[in-house]
Structures are given as structure tokens and as C-alpha cells.
Design a binder for this molecule. Structure first.
Ligand code: DGJ
Length: 380
């Protein structure tokens, strides 16, 4: 009897150990969206609104470091960096850009807002260049600035350079002359962040902001095959997206930019390129609450851009599977593209999770479908 009990316990133990091993392998090599995603130290990854740089065979994920509680969406720590060789397992590389102490009067003082950091490598200057949406402390979302920081090392520390309102003194390349001579007409206009009381061409927001530079909130960077880098941001009180060419150092605007999708209120832009076509995925403008994604395609980066339908299909498509876009990653050396989104948790931002889903290209655009779990080895 004792012998039988020992054998039974042994079998149960073996089964338990193999189940654990199985789970470990599985969770290490699949993407599971919307759940806790632990780094190699076992801590939930803290890199929200992020973007990924592939450099010398390694992926680097930069994102907003959130903390617990009501102040968790304001910058309390800085921009967090993780590295990975396989996109499933991420090593904590620490804080790449640190906020400055309270009272330091720095633009990136603790309590400012630092969102959607993106990093790009400049082969000429050998610098890593980080851009992010910056709101100065205590003024909510009214500064609408872009912050720039650089580093000699990919993981940092990054040194804060400056913050700018893009393209001061420059008209968009596609702004009609008739609007350049039209007066600014913003008196009595109501801006909510997600809507304006009159269309932008009536208010002439471009002209309003011409001297001090255009507003820039949600943003991304896109590096084209020719090495040119573009800054894409929500401007004109979030009503209109701008695509702006950066200079060769990637630290300044050149004054060359276009407006697209005026009055469509798109945020969270992510750009990618496949077979010579440029694509955008974006969201609508509903704060931290998810909404239906938008998509667009162009043959040339400076347009014409054509809006496509919501790329998400199936259950959950109307909320982008409870997420908001932040980046599209082309897996190095392949033609696989991954949608990266944030599932925000504004009541306790550190609990925000990530939605990573494969992108399927169609004759007219692309689609994204929910998957409970998936891997890069899955058949298309
Ligand atoms: C939506 C934006 O995409 C986020 O980055 C953040 O700015 C929130 N709005 C703030 O409400």
C-alpha cells in the first residue's frame, strides 16, 4: 500500500513538473495580448505608448514608465528601455531618459507629461535620437511640445536637448494660398481635445500657430529606406495629422511638412512601409478610452493619403480590441508586421497591458484580427 502511494505521489509530482515546464516554454514563445507580460526578472513590463528600435540584431523597446495611482500617467520616472533578441523575452535595461527633480525648472521635471517616446539611430552622427510628446508641468495638455534627447548608447542615459513646437514660420507644403491670406478666426472657438466648434480651415489654426510653431501631441517617427526620418504628430488641437521631414541630424524639423486628414481627429499614429506603399494606423480621439482604429495608404510619404476602413475585423474591432495603436514593427529580415497597442488603465496606469497582433495585408490595405495567443512561427 505504502509502495503504491509512493508511486502515485511520484507520478503526480512528475505530471506537475512537466505541466510547469510546458507552461514556461509556452509563455516564453507566444504573444498573449492584454495580460501581464513579465520581463526576464519576472516584473510586468513598464513601457507604455512605446516604440521599438532594431539595432545590431537586438530589439530595444522604449516606453513611458507608469506608476501606481492617480499621478501615474504623469512622468515620475522617465522613459524605460527593455531589450530582446526574440521579441518574446525582454530584459530590463533601466531608465533611458530620467525626469529631472521637482523644482529643477527643467522642461522634463518630475510631474511633466512625457508620452509616446520613439528612438531612431543616426548613422552619420552615431547618435541615438529620442523624440517624445512633452507637456510642461502643471499646464495639462496645453503646451503640445515635442521633446528631443540624444545618447551615444542605445540604452542611454539620454541627454535632454530641447523641446519645440514644429515648423515655426513655415506653411505646410499643401496649404492653399487662399487660406494663407485668410484671417485667423478663433474667437469664441471651443476646443475639447477631441473636437472643435468649427472646421480648422475656418479657424485657420495653422496661421494662428505659424510664428510659435504648430501644436504636436501624439507622435511617432518613421525612417524611410533612403534614411530620411519623418515626425508624424497630431496637430491643430488634435484635429489634423502632420507629416514633417527632419533634418540630417534627426534633431530639427526642416520646415517641409504636410497636413493630412484635416478635422478627422486622429491620434496615436504609427507608420510602416511594405512593397513601396506607406501605411498609417491611428485611433480616434477619446482620451484613454479605446475607439475604432483608422488606417490609410499612400504611394508617396507626402501624399496623396487615402483613408481606408477600420483595419480591425471580428469581435472587438470597434475598440481596436480594447487598445490604442502605438507602433507597427516589421520583424527584422521578414515581411511580418506586428501591430503594437496599449490597453490603458488610467485609474492605475502601471497595470496597463499591451496588445500585439499580426498584420495581414490585403489587395487594398491591411487587417488585424484578435488572437488569444500567437507566435511568429504560426502559418499566415
Ligand atoms: C490619448 C493619447 O493617445 C495618449 O497618449 C494620451 O495623451 C491620452 N490621450 C491622454 O488622455
Amino acid at each position: 500500500m505504502n509502495q503504491l502511494r509512493k508511486v502515485l505521489i511520484g507520478v503526480i509530482l512528475l505530471l506537475a513538473i512537466s505541466a510547469c515546464a510546458q507552461k514556461k516554454v509556452e509563455s516564453g514563445y507566444v504573444f498573449i495580448s492584454g495580460e501581464e507580460w513579465r520581463d526576464t526578472d519576472g516584473v510586468h513590463i513598464n513601457a507604455h505608448g512605446g516604440g521599438i528600435l532594431h539595432h545590431e540584431g537586438i530589439y530595444y523597446w522604449f516606453g513611458e514608465h507608469k506608476i501606481e495611482g492617480q499621478d501615474g500617467n504623469r512622468a515620475q520616472v522617465g522613459v524605460h528601455c527593455y531589450s530582446s533578441q526574440d521579441l518574446y523575452n525582454w530584459k530590463d535595461e533601466g531608465i533611458a531618459l530620467s525626469v529631472m527633480p521637482e523644482g529643477s525648472d527643467s522642461d522634463i521635471e518630475k510631474g511633466s507629461i512625457i508620452e509616446r517616446p520613439k528612438v531612431i539611430y543616426n548613422e552619420k552622427t552615431k547618435k541615438f535620437v529620442m523624440w517624445f510628446h512633452l507637456e510642461l508641468k502643471g499646464v495639462k495638455y496645453s503646451s503640445a511640445l515635442s521633446g528631443i534627447a540624444t545618447s551615444d548608447r542605445v540604452t542611454g542615459p539620454y541627454t535632454y536637448l530641447k523641446s519645440v513646437r514644429p515648423n515655426a514660420g513655415h506653411w505646410p507644403l499643401n496649404y492653399p494660398d487662399s487660406l494663407k491670406i485668410k484671417p485667423v478666426n478663433v474667437e469664441g472657438a471651443v476646443f475639447t481635445g477631441g473636437s472643435i466648434s468649427s472646421p480648422t480651415h475656418e479657424l485657420n489654426l495653422i496661421k494662428r500657430d505659424l510664428d510659435k510653431g504648430q501644436m504636436a501631441r501624439d507622435m511617432t517617427l518613421f525612417r524611410d529606406d533612403d534614411g530620411k526620418v519623418y515626425h508624424i504628430y497630431s496637430s491643430e488641437e488634435n484635429s489634423t495629422l502632420h507629416i514633417a521631414l527632419l533634418d540630417e541630424e534627426y534633431t530639427n524639423h526642416t520646415g517641409e511638412y504636410i497636413r493630412i486628414f484635416a478635422d478627422r481627429f486622429m491620434e496615436a499614429p504609427a507608420m510602416f512601409k511594405k512593397d513601396g506603399k506607406y501605411y498609417l494606423i491611428m485611433s480616434g480621439c477619446t482620451g484613454w478610452a479605446p475607439n475604432a482604429a483608422r488606417s490609410a495608404v499612400a504611394d508617396s510619404i507626402f501624399g496623396e493619403w487615402k483613408e481606408l476602413p477600420n483595419p480591425c475585423i471580428g469581435e472587438g474591432a470597434d475598440t481596436t480590441f480594447e487598445s490604442q495603436s502605438t507602433f507597427v514593427l516589421q520583424v527584422a529580415g521578414t515581411d511580418k508586421y506586428i501591430y503594437l497597442g496599449d490597453r490603458w488603465r488610467p485609474e492605475n496606469p502601471i497595470e496597463g497591458t499591451y496588445v500585439w497582433l499580426p498584420i495581414h495585408f490585403t489587395d487594398n490595405g491591411f487587417t488585424i484580427e484578435w488572437k488569444d495567443r500567437w507566435s511568429l512561427d504560426d502559418p499566415n
